[in-house]
Structure formats: structure tokens, C-alpha cells
Design a protein around this ligand. Structure first.
Ligand SMILES: [Zn+2]
Length: 65
């Protein structure tokens, strides 16, 4: 019997929040391995979210475990 993970257990892009099932980009930010859906989203994270929100820019659901 196949085991499906709950959608909310799957990683979401650290910038736009889109569900990333395959082909995400993994980068280390603020001491955590984070997942993003595209280079553009990493750019937005680095140039907008982190300067504006600091640690709060980190989304629990984007941290790769
Ligand atoms: Zn994204």
C-alpha cells in the first residue's frame, strides 16, 4: 500500500510559497538548508525578504529536513 505524504509536509518555495515537489533549488540561508522553486525566487529572498524580515523571512515549510 503506497504511503502518501501530506501536502503540508512537502517543502514549499521559501520565497513564493509554491509547493515544490520536484526540481527545487536547495540553498543554505540563515544557517538552514532552504528550498526554492527558481533562481528568481532566491533573488527575491536575498534582496527583499531577508533585508525586510530578517529571521522571520524563514518559513518552517521551506526548510529541508
Ligand atoms: Zn518560488
Amino acid at each position: 500500500m503506497p504511503v502518501y505524504r501530506e501536502v503540508n509536509e512537502l517543502p514549499h518555495c521559501g520565497s513564493c510559497g509554491k509547493l515544490v515537489s520536484v526540481g527545487g533549488i536547495r540553498v543554505e540561508r540563515l544557517g538552514h538548508p532552504l528550498l526554492f522553486c527558481s533562481e528568481r525566487c532566491i533573488e527575491v529572498f536575498d534582496s527583499y525578504k531577508v533585508p525586510k524580515y530578517g529571521e522571520a523571512a524563514l518559513w518552517e515549510e521551506s526548510i529541508v529536513r
